[in-house]
Design a protein around this ligand. Structure first.
Ligand code: KIV
Length: 278
């Protein structure tokens, strides 16, 4: 990775939560991706993303779990620290895992505060927009902890939703989502992820709030877009929802590279003299 030596870093402007809102005001679209480790964080930062999310999707794409529910706070902190070391410019947001913010506002402040203190992240992301979550978000923001909201398909509620599905086709769901978005704005969120919503509804919500919306499976009318990095790099071949665009086929590249290595070792072609020491 082309990084300047310590002490000689180029003066690059870091993206802040205030800059996020200013980008919406300027009509500038926001590019966001997940990352879970140091090397990938450095690459996506260098390539120009505005925001990196350490998503609790790591439960599935790093640990092979069926859902995000088993992910712990200590796991999130471990990965967020690694990602933080790889970033120079992008805003770093960390997902708060299941049951770290739902029990009480006090527990939420303690847990979110730990994330900011121990990882270097600038913000946390919480799922949901009902009144109780909004009260907790208000307390967090008043404590100096910036919060990104998350509405629509909220994966920590997968069992309540009855599966990973589009949310917001029914009229009552649409009204609830619009009310939730307004509540998150009032609570002080600097941005909201909209996951798996019909594009028209995502557009209506986007136009109704002064903070940026970041879509995933929510169409082109959001202020920005987020994807899960292994999905968009083509590493997670088993996951191919309609909204996903794959920008590389890394699973094929990995299989080909490892296959070539195995053949070389078996056939005695590697290591050769040029890879040996006198
Ligand atoms: O966990 C995650 O990666 C997320 C994104 C899908 C927004 O929440």
């Amino acid at each position: 990775m082309a990084k300047e030596p310590p002490g000689q870093k180029k003066a690059r402007r870091q993206v802040t939560t205030l800059e996020f809102v200013a980008m919406k005001q300027r009509g500038e679209r926001i590019a966001m991706l997940t990352a879970y480790d140091y090397l990938m964080a450095g690459l996506v930062d260098e390539a120009g993303v505005d925001c990196v999310l350490v998503g609790d999707s790591l439960g599935q794409v790093v640990a092979g779990e069926d859902s995000t529910l088993p992910v712990t706070l200590d796991q999130m902190i471990y990965h967020a620290k690694a990602v933080h070391r790889g970033l120079e410019r992008a805003l770093l947001v960390v997902d708060m895992p299941f049951l770290t913010y739902q029990i009480s506002a006090e527990e939420a402040i303690r847990n979110c505060g730990r994330v900011l203190q121990e990882t270097g992240a600038q913000a946390v992301k919480l799922e949901g927009g009902h009144a109780e979550i909004a009260r907790t978000i208000r307390r967090l923001v008043d404590s100096g902890i910036p919060v990104m909201g998350h509405l629509g398909l909220t994966p920590q509620s997968v069992h309540k939703l009855g599966g990973y599905r589009l949310v917001g086709r029914a009229e009552d769901e649409q009204q609830r989502l619009l009310a939730d978005a307004a509540r998150l704005v009032d609570a002080g969120c600097f941005s909201i992820v909209l996951e798996m919503l019909p594009r028209g509804l995502a557009g209506t919500i986007t136009r109704s709030v002064p903070i940026p919306t970041i879509g995933i499976g929510a169409g082109p009318e959001c202020d920005g877009q987020v994807l899960v990095l292994p999905d968009m790099l083509g590493l997670n071949e088993g996951f191919s929802p309609g909204f996903l665009k794959r920008y590389a086929g890394l699973a094929t590249s990995v299989r080909e590279a490892v296959g070539a290595y195995v053949r070389d070792v078996k056939e005695g072609n590697y290591p050769g003299p040029e890879h040996s020491y006198e």
